[in-house]
Design a protein around this ligand. Structure first.
Ligand code: NAD
Ligand code: MG
Length: 412
């Protein structure tokens, strides 16, 4: 029995993890669930999966959850606050932690799981972007194992030699790899005329052609910031030099990524675009279990296409590479600026093409420092958030997207 803590259980990855775990009650026990504020969803999950602990970060939500659970699932103890995330991530009753909180908020608990020597199933790519070197150190200190959940990184992991240990120094060189080919669908705006991008809406940006995901990563996929973050993620997970990572646009999202070896042999992993496959793969690794995903029908698929990445249309990939080259706290600043810009876009306060503009301005303004402690990563995060918020609030009314304008402004 593997005992699981699922952080971010009410989100897209969290729900998919519960779906896979529930198919194998003989293999997995759900010990802890955690979410920010969605009381009803967490309540439902507690009734269905009967965990020992339920963490609700929001205090009012926690109170309400506690009241409801008293009669409906009295075996579940409710914990409250961000500290409780770290507590369940490191708790002795847990073997594996699914790190599926979105954004920088997931970092402390992910590090706590690594330090406590857990098996870390990593979906929260922002944690790795913010503090890759520190996260690797925490893994080593805790002798923890790291398994990727992101579909591309799961594909790379599955295409690497058996026994490859993510996050361990020297593994990449020993594996005889020449290139990592990170595939990208190109998102919903791959073929939209560039001059129309400034006016696309949050609804359009969240309508991904292949994947169903949470709102933040959906916008990241539309800007291709997601792919830039994934380049950084691959760099840390596999110890791969930046020059050895190449992005290839593959609109069908069937090849989830590939590894090219020194002898020019290319190994790829394929599957339907459904996160339950990489989740099941990590949950059971090195065994294989049923994920509930429909099998691929190659004859129905017919063809697989590939394109070069259009760097003008998608400047975010370049911004990510610049940040990781700059090193130190620069990627933490990049991530924070993106989180603020995406939130403003989702709330109609920022245009789609202004997302990379804000990030670029923040990166130009912050002072990147060497990264030795988590506090420095948080300080860079706070500074970049404040800068991004200031830049957004200073935008003139004429620069805002139509959805952000008050009705009176629209009449004229
Ligand atoms: P989501 O928005 O659907 O869910 C986010 C979860 O995090 C929710 O349970 C929410 O309650 C929790 N959360 C948010 N803020 C929190 C906070 N401050 N404290 C505690 N909990 C908080 O997001 P998602 O799509 O499931 O993505 C989760 C992570 O997985 C992200 O880092 C994303 O980049 C990564 N990821 C997602 C997918 C996907 O297909 N959805 C694929 C690859 C990687
Ligand atoms: Mg991905």
């Amino acid at each position: 029995m593997k005992r699981l803590a699922i952080l971010g259980s009410t989100g897209s990855i969290g729900a998919n993890t519960l779906d896979v775990a529930a198919r194998h009650p003989d293999l997995f026990e759900v010990v802890a669930l955690a979410a920010r504020q969605s009381v009803d969803r967490l309540l439902e999950q507690c009734i269905a999966h009967r965990p020992r602990y339920a963490v609700m970060v929001d205090p009012q939500g926690a109170k309400k959850l506690e009241e409801e659970l008293a009669s409906k699932a009295p075996q579940t103890q409710v914990l409250c606050g961000a500290q409780a995330l770290e507590q369940v991530a490191a708790c002795a009753e847990v073997d594996a932690v699914m790190a599926a909180i979105v954004g920088a908020a997931g970092l402390p608990a992910t590090i706590a799981a690594a330090r406590a020597g857990k098996q870390v199933l990593l979906a929260n790519k922002e944690a790795l972007v913010m503090s890759g070197a520190l996260f690797m150190r925490a893994l080593e200190e805790g002798k923890a194992t790291l398994l990727p959940i992101d579909s591309e990184h799961s594909a790379i992991f599955q295409s690497l030699p058996r026994g490859f240990a993510c996050g361990r120094a020297g593994e990449f060189e020993r594996a005889g790899v020449r290139r990592i080919l990170l595939t990208a669908s190109g998102g919903p705006f791959r073929t939209t005329p560039v001059d129309r991008l400034a006016r696309v809406t949050p609804e359009q940006a969240c309508a991904h052609p292949n994947w169903s995901m949470g709102p933040k990563i959906s916008v990241d996929s539309a800007t291709m910031m997601n792919k830039g973050l994934e380049v950084i993620e691959a760099h840390w997970l596999f110890g791969a030099p930046l020059e050895s990572i190449e992005v290839v646009v593959h609109p069908q999202s069937v090849i989830h990524s590939m590894v090219e070896y020194q002898d020019r042999s290319v190994v790829a992993q394929l599957g339907a675009p459904d996160m339950r496959t990489p989740i099941a793969c990590a949950l059971a690794w090195p065994e294989r279990i049923d994920s509930g995903v429909e099998p691929l029908d190659f004859t129905a698929l017919g063809r697989l296409d590939f394109e070069r990445l259009d760097g003008n249309r998608f400047p975010c990939v370049r911004l990510c590479i610049e940040a990781i080259r700059q090193g130190g706290t620069a990627p933490a600043a990049l991530n924070a600026a993106n989180e603020i810009a995406v939130e403003a876009f989702l709330n109609g306060r920022l245009g789609f093409t202004q997302i990379p503009e804000i990030i670029d301005r923040v990166l130009g303004e912050v002072h990147a420092e060497p990264l030795d402690t988590l506090e420095q990563a948080y300080a860079a995060d706070v500074e970049a958030r404040a800068l991004a918020s200031r830049f957004i609030s200073r935008l003139s009314v004429s620069a805002l997207p139509p959805s952000a304008l008050p009705p009176s402004a629209l009449v004229s």
